[in-house]
Design a protein around this ligand. Structure first.
Ligand code: ZN
Length: 85
């Protein structure tokens, strides 16, 4: 019986420009694919296998805000992404 690997697309860490973004992925992107994040930033996919490269990354607040709104999660009035667009 084969080993099935389930990847939760919502758990993929999309890091660009020192920030962790979110995207509405419908499949795991291939290297070189262009992905547009919820904040509107688009970049090409490149996989990293070292988590040490991601120490100190920041949250992309516009992506976080869009993600929260999509999931109908609470958005505090002081959310940092509310004033960045
Ligand atoms: Zn973003």
């Amino acid at each position: 019986m084969p080993l099935n690997v389930l990847l939760d697309l919502d758990r993929l860490h999309l890091v660009a420009r020192g920030e962790r973004h979110r995207a509405a992925l419908v499949r795991v992107p291939h290297p070189g694919d262009a992905v547009t994040m919820l904040c509107g930033y688009t970049d090409l996919v490149e996989y990293a296998d070292r988590t040490a490269d991601f120490v100190g990354i920041r949250t992309c607040w516009p992506c976080d805000l869009a993600h929260r709104r999509q999931l109908r999660l609470h958005v505090p009035p002081t959310h940092p992404g509310a004033g960045r667009r």
